[in-house]
Design a binder for this molecule. Structure first.
Ligand SMILES: [Zn+2]
Length: 216
């Protein structure tokens, strides 16, 4: 929001400079270096918001493929948004009624960094992939956290590929989340344990038997 305000301020200064030759009382020639400076600052301050907006639309387009036709909107919270979000303690949340997925700061940036360089993925990057897949599973109408997480585990491979991760890395990262991040939930127990189910394994009750499952 702050960046947009600054961008608007510099856009206003640029427009005012462009109109200066036609000023009624004090017409002046346009001072080109000043015009270029304020125009450049306006674009520079707008860029982070435009870039985030484009990333949100990209995530929406990928989420739509896995949402079984349900409408989806994705919002990457700024720090300010997170402070006002009643669910600020959750890394992300989704509302199947409205189709809205909200991802808290800094998880959108983590996911974007991962997609920019999947070769360099660490545990946190892979977790951001699972977070997004998990929220998309909620949009499908799955509300139980253990079931949602298990479906995300199985769809992570497909989601990574939809987001542009090369096939071999998509499979490797999805399997790694299942072996490490998901398994750790069972060890931690408590709230994290509520996202784990012993039925989430190949051939068990929660196996969706996807042709491109993480488990295959
Ligand atoms: Zn959830």
């Amino acid at each position: 929001m702050l960046w947009i305000l600054l961008s608007s301020l510099f856009a206003f200064l640029a427009i005012r400079e462009l109109r200066s030759p036609w000023h009624k009382e004090h017409p002046q020639r346009i001072y080109l270096p000043y015009l270029l400076l304020v125009s450049g600052l306006s674009v520079a301050f707008a860029w982070p918001a435009v870039s985030t907006w484009r990333f949100e639309r990209f995530l929406e387009s990928r989420a739509l493929i896995l949402s079984e036709g349900r409408p989806v909107s994705v919002h990457c919270n700024t720090l300010f948004d997170t402070m006002l979000d009643p669910n600020s303690l959750a890394a992300g949340h989704a509302n199947p009624q409205t189709g809205e997925i909200v991802i808290q700061k800094p998880w959108c940036s983590t996911l974007r960094d991962y997609l920019d360089d999947p070769e360099a993925a660490d545990g946190r990057a892979i977790h951001s992939l699972n977070l997004f897949t998990h929220e998309v599973m909620h949009i499908r109408g799955v509300l139980d956290e253990a079931v949602t997480e298990c479906y995300a585990v199985q769809y992570n491979r497909r989601m990574a590929q939809l987001l542009g991760v090369p096939a071999h890395l998509a499979h490797e990262h999805a399997r790694r989340y299942y072996r490490e991040g998901y398994a750790m939930r069972a060890q931690i127990g408590g709230l994290a344990g509520a996202y784990h189910s012993p039925e989430c394994a190949p051939g068990r009750a929660l196996d969706l038997r996807l042709p491109d499952s993480t488990w295959r």
